[in-house]
Design a protein around this ligand. Structure first.
Ligand code: AMP
Ligand code: ZN
Length: 460
């Protein structure tokens, strides 16, 4: 069955045809800037990319999945203004830039684990690939497409006739509008390849280079590492939609100069998770992270389920109510799945329909609706339903086969009734009733602990 993917570069759904004929697919996904925790918006993008990878695997491809860790060079503005985010993270926490890179890289891997996101085949840090970035800048320089200002080496976008095609940028309009604030840059869209360390300031992260001491720009990191691990033209490059006008436009311009390619055959972009109709962002300071959800008794997999209910190319508005509804639906699915007998075989009809949905540009919401249809179907035995949903779960990643209800056998009915009353009160936001149920439980010698799998009842 044909796999169709929406390619931002061509602005159309395209049949997926891999470059190589050995069954492998090269996938590069822009990873986190590790100056802070990932917020649940960033995590939505990683969930979309994980589903893409699993869908490719469902289609029997072997995926070479590369994710970078941006641990230097991403400035406060994507367009190369302001400080390096790593240095701001260091100032905020009182730790060194190297320490915070380690802390937030580990936190990123923890988040992936919580959300059942498959580990990339290769994870690469910008600071481990300075030499490759310097070589790439030299290649661009050799083409005469760079110039030097007082603060760095810049890419002259005017030398690239196709610059900004990915974003359909109106270059002339930008030239008109930005005359005032482009500083020493020749064109508003020009961007830094190498930034010089300030003369009288010791940066925490800096390296020698043919142009002087400094650090690489954020964009060169991705194209240099992607080409190193996947070759100068690979299959799919992903990121959030905010990367279309600057970061990915610049990656393409660099690859065009270095290798004469547009780096990737398909460019795919995940839409935003918003709160109250504004984009969630790390720099705005206020953001929800995975641990915030866990601390409030939510299950990371319920967040994953919530994300799968929407198409990756539509924005989601996050609310606690929708997360609660997702939790309720997921728990119903888990319970039903758990109680089905084993040893069935997947339904051919449902599996074909599932494949047609996920192969239609990752239509996960229809795939989930199909599970609910299967639940009700009288044409498929329960054992076959279980085998079918197990197969679907290898794409959806809801960890259904691993789930088991907590051992409640030894908990008396009276206690379970109180636990359920407390859950209902929490759903109804009746905090007084929830607290009272907790106190009543304590008086009877039990406590409730909210875990990612729901409330856990323990003897005090
Ligand atoms: P960053 O760590 O800021 O470089 O971002 C990591 C990934 O998250 C990138 O692919 C971004 O495009 C994406 N992203 C940033 N903000 C959001 C958001 N509110 N919703 C979804 N994805 C986002
Ligand atoms: Zn990138």
């Amino acid at each position: 069955m044909t796999l169709k993917l929406y390619d931002t570069y061509h602005r159309e759904l395209r049949d997926f045809v891999p470059i190589k004929d050995d069954g492998s697919v090269g996938l590069y996904c822009c990873g986190p800037t590790v100056y802070n925790y990932a917020h649940i918006g960033n995590l939505r993008t990683y969930i979309f990319e994980d589903v893409l990878r699993r869908v490719l695997e469902h289609n029997n491809y072997k995926v070479d999945h590369v994710v970078n860790i941006t641990d230097v060079g991403h400035l406060v503005s994507d367009a190369d203004d302001g400080e390096d985010k790593m240095e701001t993270g260091s100032a905020r926490t009182g730790k060194t830039a190297w320490e915070i890179a380690d802390i937030y890289t580990q936190a990123f891997f923890d988040d992936l684990q919580h959300l059942n996101i498959l580990s990339p085949t290769i994870t690469c840090k910008a600071t481990d690939h300075i030499a490759e970035q310097i070589v790439a800048i030299q290649q661009i320089e050799a083409k005469g497409m760079t110039y030097i200002t007082s603060d760095g080496v810049y890419f002259d976008t005017n030398q690239d006739p196709d610059y900004g095609y990915l974003a359909r940028l109106n270059i002339e309009g930008l030239q008109e509008g930005a005359r005032v604030d482009k500083g020493e840059k020749r064109n508003p869209t020009d961007f830094a390849l190498w930034k010089f360390s300030p003369e009288n300031e010791q940066r925490q992260m800096e390296w020698e280079s043919p142009w002087g001491k400094g650090f690489p720009g954020w964009h060169i990191e991705c194209s240099a590492m992607a080409a190193k691990y996947l070759g100068p033209l690979f299959d799919i490059h992903c990121g959030g939609k905010d990367h279309i006008p600057i970061h990915h436009s610049n990656e393409i311009a660099q690859a065009q100069a270095c290798y004469g390619t547009k780096l990737s055959n398909y460019w795919m972009h995940g839409y935003f998770l918003q709160t109250d109709k504004t984009k969630m962002s790390k720099s705005s300071g206020e953001f929800l992270r995975m641990q915030t959800l866990i601390d409030q008794g939510h299950d990371p997999i319920a967040y994953r389920y919530l994300c799968l209910l929407a198409h990756y190319r539509s924005d989601i508005n996050f609310s606690w109510d929708t997360l609660q509804s997702a939790t309720t639906a997921l728990n119903r699915l888990r319970d039903t799945y758990f109680n089905w007998p084993d040893a069935g075989t997947p339904s051919k009809d449902f599996t074909e329909r599932f494949t047609s949905f996920v192969n239609d540009d990752l239509n996960t919401s229809q795939a989930i609706a199909l599970i609910w249809e299967l639940l009700k179907s009288s044409d498929v035995t329960d054992a076959d339903k279980k085998a079918t949903v197990t197969l679907f779960d290898s794409v959806l990643g809801l960890r259904l086969p691993e789930w088991a209800p907590q051992a409640r056998a030894e908990v008396p009915d009276q206690i379970m009734t109180l636990v359920e009353a407390r859950q209902q009160a929490r759903t109804d936001k009746d905090w007084a009733a929830a607290d009272k149920a907790r106190d009543d439980l304590a008086a009877l010698g039990y406590e409730v602990v909210d875990t990612p799998d729901g409330p856990d009842v323990r003897k005090i």
